[in-house]
Design a binder for this molecule. Structure first.
Ligand code: SAM
Length: 218
């Protein structure tokens, strides 16, 4: 991949249009919209595909995986209600675009990816773009117990059920956002941990993610 870190007027203009499109689609959180407006998503693409970077679509990033659709990234981030300094576990680093959005809205991010090539690539690119996170290689379906608890947990791949082990790694008052369903489609689920063993669950819109593959998943 021939990455170039140049932000031209054309890409800046396309980014503004993307923000307007996400507003029209229902994204309201000003911090999330500002993050989308700031992050140079085309840096995650080979220059040949820069004309695709600000379309509201998922796009292949290699290893059979995708950079998530901007709407999906914004939707999940909005549901997390990030406060500045929140400790966030992201499961499924992928390209790192979602990681950048989390950092922009104020999170301290621990992110885990099971595919080594993606892990290596993203760990290299994000610091070059000025984004610092803690990167882990491994099966995130088990969370990362050694760094728990987290204020928020976001899963960016589709799970068959909610892995209970993730709920154990949440602080009280914490939120888990996870797409749950079969391999064809998933419902976005949010779980608020209100007490040590008490949870409030909400089932929201339908999405289609690549599968969460691991011990506590598919
Ligand atoms: N959020 C990413 C972005 O903005 O580009 C896209 C994530 S992609 C839709 C889902 C990612 O989850 C893939 O990179 C996949 O390899 C990873 N994944 C799937 N199962 C996993 C697991 N058990 N642990 C860690 N990562 C996993």
């Amino acid at each position: 991949m021939g990455y170039k870190f140049i932000d031209n007027y054309r890409e800046q203009g396309a980014r503004k249009k993307l923000v307007e499109e996400l507003k029209r689609k229902g994204i309201e959180d000003a911090h999330v919209l500002a993050a989308i407006g700031k992050i140079t998503r085309h840096f995650f693409f080979d220059e040949t595909f820069w004309n695709q970077a600000y379309k509201d679509i998922a796009f292949p990033i290699g290893e059979g995986q995708t950079i998530s659709q901007p709407y999906t990234v914004a939707y999940q981030t909005e549901l997390l209600h990030i406060k500045k300094g929140d400790k966030v576990l992201e499961i499924g680093t992928g390209s790192g675009y979602q990681t950048c959005v989390l950092i922009e809205v104020g999170a301290k991010v621990y992110t885990i990816e099971r595919q080594e090539k993606l892990y290596e690539r993203t760990k290299l690119i994000l610091p070059k773009m000025g984004y610092k996170a803690k990167f882990f290689l491994g099966d995130g379906s088990k969370g990362i117990a050694s760094h728990a608890p987290y204020d928020k947990i976001i899963v960016t791949a589709g799970a068959p059920t909610v892995p209970e082990i993730l709920l154990n790694q949440l602080n009280i008052g914490g939120i888990l956002v996870i797409p749950v369903g079969d391999e064809q489609s998933q419902k976005m689920v949010t779980i608020l941990k209100v007490g040590e063993h008490d949870y409030e669950k909400h089932v929201l819109d339908t999405f289609r993610f690549v599968p969460l593959v691991g011990e506590r998943a598919w």
